[in-house]
Design a protein around this ligand. Sequence first.
Ligand SMILES: NC(=O)C1=CN([C@@H]2O[C@H](COP(=O)(O)OP(=O)(O)OC[C@H]3O[C@@H](n4cnc5c(N)ncnc54)[C@H](OP(=O)(O)O)[C@@H]3O)[C@@H](O)[C@H]2O)C=CC1
Ligand SMILES: O=C1O[C@H](COP(=O)(O)O)[C@@H](O)[C@H](O)[C@H]1O
Length: 833
Amino acid sequence: MMSDASLEQSLKLLREEAGMVCHSASSHVIIVFGASGDLAKKKIYPTLWWLFRDKLLPSNTHFIGYSRSNLTVDNLRSNAMPYLNAKDSESTQLDEFFKRNSYVQGSYDKPEDFIRLNKFIVDNFSACSNRLFYLAIPPSQFISVATNLKAHCTAESDGLWNRLIVEKPFGKDLDSSEVLAKHLSSLFSEDQIYRIDHYLGKEMVQNVVVLRFANRVFSPLWNRDNIANVVVTFKENFGTEGRGGYFDEFGIIRDVMQNHLLQILCLIAMERPISMEANDIRDEKVKVLRCMRPLSLDDVVVGQYVADPENGKPGYLDDPTVPAGSITPTYAVAALYVDNERWQGVPFIVRAGKALNEKKCEVRIQFKDVIADILPSGAVHRNELVLRVQPNEAVYMKLMTKRPGMGFGAEETELDLTYNRRFTDLKLPDAYERLLLDVLVGSQINFVRTDELREAWRVFTPALHALESQRVAPHPYPYGVRNGPPQADEFMRRLGFTFSGQYFYPHGGSGAGPVKHNLFSAATIITSTMEVIVLRANDGRVIESFTGVSADSTIDDLKQLFAQRQPKYYPDRQSFRKEKTARSLPGNSKLGELAGSAKSLSVYFKDLGPQIGWTTVFVAEYTGPLIVYLLFYLRPAIVYGPEAGKAPMHWIVKAAAACWIGHYAKRLLETVFVHRFSHGTMPWRNLFKNCSYYWGFAAFVAYFVNHPLYTAPADSQAIAALVTFVFCQLGNLSCHVALRNLRPPGTRVRKIPRPTANPFTWLFGLVSCPNYTYEFGSWLSFTVATQCLPAGLFTLAGAYQMTVWALGKHRNYRREFASDYPRGRRAIFPFVL
Ligand SMILES: NC(=O)C1=CN([C@@H]2O[C@H](COP(=O)(O)OP(=O)(O)OC[C@H]3O[C@@H](n4cnc5c(N)ncnc54)[C@H](OP(=O)(O)O)[C@@H]3O)[C@@H](O)[C@H]2O)C=CC1
Ligand SMILES: O=C1O[C@H](COP(=O)(O)O)[C@@H](O)[C@H](O)[C@H]1O
C-alpha cells in the first residue's frame, strides 16, 4: 500500500502530466447532485469509495450528497451498498468513507437552498476548498442548478477551483444542446465543464490512440485504400427493464450512438494529433466530425424488440414504464461517412441494440480483399482487426495462414492479444474511476468539448428529426437475437460488410480456455479433412465445432457426431441448414461439397424437438377412423339408443361403410408395405394433431351417415359416385406405388415422378401430386354417394390441407429439378392449381 505522501506525490505527477497547475486548497469537496438517483448509487458512490479505498483521492476530500428527497447518509450507504463490492475486511475503511459523507436536502431551483448548501460547505470544510459539482440529474434541471451554483455556491478565493461534471444526455438535438451549451458557457469556462462520456474512460477506448500512433505497422494501412469498412458495435443482452421512462424519451441513437460510439469512431478515424494534450486530441476529433455528412434516413435502420415467448422474455412495449404504442428504437444501425482524403467512401457502420444475444462492445476494422488472389476462389477471407472493448478486453487480428502440415491450403487464424492472458492478475480500473481522477487533476483529455458536441448533434439531428416527424415504425426483432431486425444484416451486407462464417477461434468466444492447436497429420490431409462449425439457428452462436472431419462425410455423419457430443439431440431431432432459415440439408449431402473450396464449413443447427416415427403416426391416425366408424356402423344401439339397431339399414349406408373401411385399411397397408419415407420421424406433437383430425372427422361423418333418420339419395346417383370412388382409390394406390418405385429401398433418393405403364399414373403428366387429386376425387364421390353434409365438410377440409401440401411439394420439385422439371404441370388440380 502506498503512503499518503507518495500518493500525494503521484497525484502531483498526474497533475503535472495533465499540464495543470497544482492547487493549494486545504480540502476538496465533491458534491453529488441527484444523490438519491440510480446513477449515484450504481456508479458515483461506488467510484468515490474505490478511489477513497485505494487512497487515490487527495487526503482531505469530503463528499456531500444533494437531492430533493429526505435522506440520511445511512440511506445513501444502504442504497449504494450492493454496488460497492466492499469486502468484510474493509469495513473499518468503509465506515471511515461514510464518515466523510454528508447529505443536504434541497431543491434544484431555489436560491436559498444553494445559499444553505454553500454555508454548509464553508461551516464544515472551510471556505478554502476546491469544489467538484457532479450533476447526476435530469437535463431539464441542468440550467437552474448551474445558475444557482454559479450565483451562490462556488469557491471564490484565488487558487481554488470549481469544476462541473455533466452527465449525458447533453441535449436532445442540435438546438437544445446549443441552448444548454450557451447557458453553461455563460456561467462557467470551458475548462471548468467536464462532459462525461464514460466510454472514453474504458481501457480499450483509451488504447486506440496508442495502438494507432505508436505502431508503425498500422499507419500505411489505415485508409480507404486498404480498409473496406469499420463496424463499431454496442450490444446489450437485456432490455430497458424498468428504465423505459428515461429511455423512451431518448431512444438508442441518443442513448449510445450519438455519444459513446461516435467518440470511438472519432478516435479510429482521426489524424495523428500534434501531442497528447487534451486540446490537441480534441481538435483532431472535431476535424473528423466536421468532415462527416449529416446522417440521412436512407443510411439508418431502426428496430424495437418484441417478446420472445420461447424464452419468456418481454417486449419493449411490455415494460410498464414504456408508453403504449411507442415507436422509440431500441436498436439502430447507421452508416456514417467521413468525407476526407483518408476515408472517402469507407462506411463507418455504427450499431447499437438492447435485448440482443450478448453484451459486448467492439470495433471491427475489415480490410479489403487481397488483390490477384493466387489461392482457390473463396479460400481467402478478409483480414479483420478487432478491438474488443468489453467484455474481456482484447485486440486481435484475423489473418490467413498456411494450414500446418503438407499442402498449401490456407486457414483463417489470428494474432491474439487477450488482455487477461497477456497481463495476468491485471485489474483494470473502472471507467468512472479514471474519469473522476482526471477531473481532480484537471485533465480534459477524456471529456467532450462544446464544439465536439455541436458537431456530433449536427451529424445525428437530421435523421433523429426525420424518424420522429415521419413517425418511422421500427422493425420488430425478438428479444435475444444476434443483430436486431433482419433488415440490419441486409443493410450491412449492402454496405460491403462480409461475413464468411468460417472463422473458428479455438478458445471459445470469450477468449478464455486452453490453447489446443489442431495439427493435422499428413495422412489426414491427403484424405482431405475439414473443420465443421455448428451455429445455433435462432441466435447464430457457435455451439460445437469439429476438426479433422473427412470432407467425404455427409450431413447424416455430422448428425451422429453431434449426437455423441450432445446426446439429447439424437440424429432424428437434428436439422442442419446452410442459412438460419433455409431448408434442412439432405442427409446425404457431402460436407466437402457444401464447403466448396473452403476448408471450413459453418452450418446452422435447429432442434426439431422430440420425434416419433412416421409409421407409428400413420398407423395411429388410420386405425382410429376404422374403429370409430365401425363402432357407429356395427353398434348403432350404443350411440343412438336401443331402437336404432332394429331399423333396417339402407344399402348406401352399407356401401359407405365398405368405402370408409376399405379406404383406411388400404392406407394402413400402404403405410406398412408401400411407402418409403425420406424422413423416419416427425415431431411427436403431430401425433395428437393428426389423430384429432382423423378421429374427430370419422366420428362426425359416421354419426350422420349411420343415423337411423339418415335419408339416402337416388340409387343412380349413389351408384355413379361409388364407381368413381373406387376408380379414384385405384388411382391413388397406383400413384403411391409409382412414387415408391422411384426410390430404391433404404435410400432417400428423389427423382421426378413421371407417368408409368399404369394408365392411372398418367395424371402425373398434368399435376405434381395426383395421389392428392385422386384422394380428393374419392371423398367428393363419397359425399355425392351419401349426400351427407358432414362428408362434404370432411372433403373440403381435406382438399384445403392437400392443396397446401401439394403447392409446397410442387414448389420443391421445381426448385430441386429446375429446368428438368416438366413445365406445364400444376400442383393438384389439372390446368387450374
Ligand atoms: N482474443 C480473443 O478473445 C479472441 C476471440 N475470438 C472470438 O472468436 C469468435 C469469432 O470471432 P469473430 O470472427 O471476431 O466474431 P464473429 O464470428 O462472432 O463475428 C464476426 C462479425 O460477423 C458478424 N456476424 C456473425 N454472425 C453473422 C451472420 N450470421 N451474418 C452476418 N454477420 C454475422 C458479427 O456480428 P455480431 O457481432 O452481431 O455477431 C461480427 O460483426 C468471437 O466470439 C470472438 O470473440 C477470436 C479471436 C480472438
Ligand atoms: O450510457 C449508457 O451506457 C450503458 C452501458 O454502459 P456499460 O459501461 O455497461 O457498457 C447503457 O446500458 C445505457 O443505456 C446508456 O445510457
